[in-house]
Design a protein around this ligand. Sequence first.
Ligand SMILES: NC(=O)c1ccc[n+]([C@@H]2O[C@H](COP(=O)([O-])OP(=O)(O)OC[C@H]3O[C@@H](n4cnc5c(N)ncnc54)[C@H](OP(=O)(O)O)[C@@H]3O)[C@@H](O)[C@H]2O)c1
Length: 270
Amino acid sequence: MIDQRVAVLGLGKIGTILLQGLLKAGLPPGKACATVRHAERARASSGQLPVPVGPDNRTAARSADIILISVKPQNVGELLEEIRPEVTPAKLVVSVAASVPTSYIEARLADGVPVVRAMPNTPCQVGAGMTGICKGSHATDVHLNLARQLFDTVGRTVVVDEKHMDAVTGLSASGPAFIYIILESLAEAGVKVGLPRDVATLLSAQTLLGAAKVALDTGDHPALLKDTVTTPAGCTIDGILELEEGKLRVTLIKAVVKSTQRAKELLFET
Ligand SMILES: NC(=O)c1ccc[n+]([C@@H]2O[C@H](COP(=O)([O-])OP(=O)(O)OC[C@H]3O[C@@H](n4cnc5c(N)ncnc54)[C@H](OP(=O)(O)O)[C@@H]3O)[C@@H](O)[C@H]2O)c1
């Protein structure tokens, strides 16, 4: 486990998930702290986590070896301006903000500060997260490995070129929302064909989990795995015909493309 002091600046949804994951994986609470913008939110969060939570970004940044930035993309600039005097090249800055390039962060910090950009997703809350990471121009492989170690505590991590980070955002960071819609729809279908709702939801969720696990464990192409379910002239092929007619594939592809495009815009909004 990481033996570094970690400050999470922006303890919102993803910041909380990551901090909880790190604590669960063995980060001592004494080595962590976090910030939010509003004092009343800080008080509420302090009651829920065994780490100090306050509105003072500078003090939090000063006390940390790893500074994890998890505010909204539009708030990254002002946050960097605030913490700049505290961030030396001996620290590592890890940003999970969508849309924000490492060059944008580097330009607002002292020369030589190592920056790693990361894009995790919400399944990190159960240790089944997927995170894409890339390094900025001052980060070394040691920094990248440190960031990898951090995200490995809450799931799997893949290193990508920075040009692919918006695509990672569109696929695996937005992806859980797409999958929840599929999960809900399959459960609705179960209800339509007469199953009790709780049973239908369990069948749907475990089927998604099982199919994903087979794909990961075997490494087989999804088309091959689909063929193993599809008996000639059986039931599944009739269902597949409906999916093709309903354009499920192209709809999912377009959803990821749109999310990826949107990820390129967020930084420029106020
Ligand atoms: N949600 C996801 O699935 C996900 C996945 C990957 C990456 N991300 C990225 O993570 C970032 C946060 O997303 P989120 O969904 O967690 O949003 P969120 O729940 O709205 O969290 C944002 C947090 O930032 C705090 N904040 C805002 N300005 C601040 C400042 N100047 N100093 C300290 N804290 C400040 C807010 O505090 P208050 O509550 O007091 O306003 C809030 O707690 C975004 O950049 C997003 O692109 C999100």
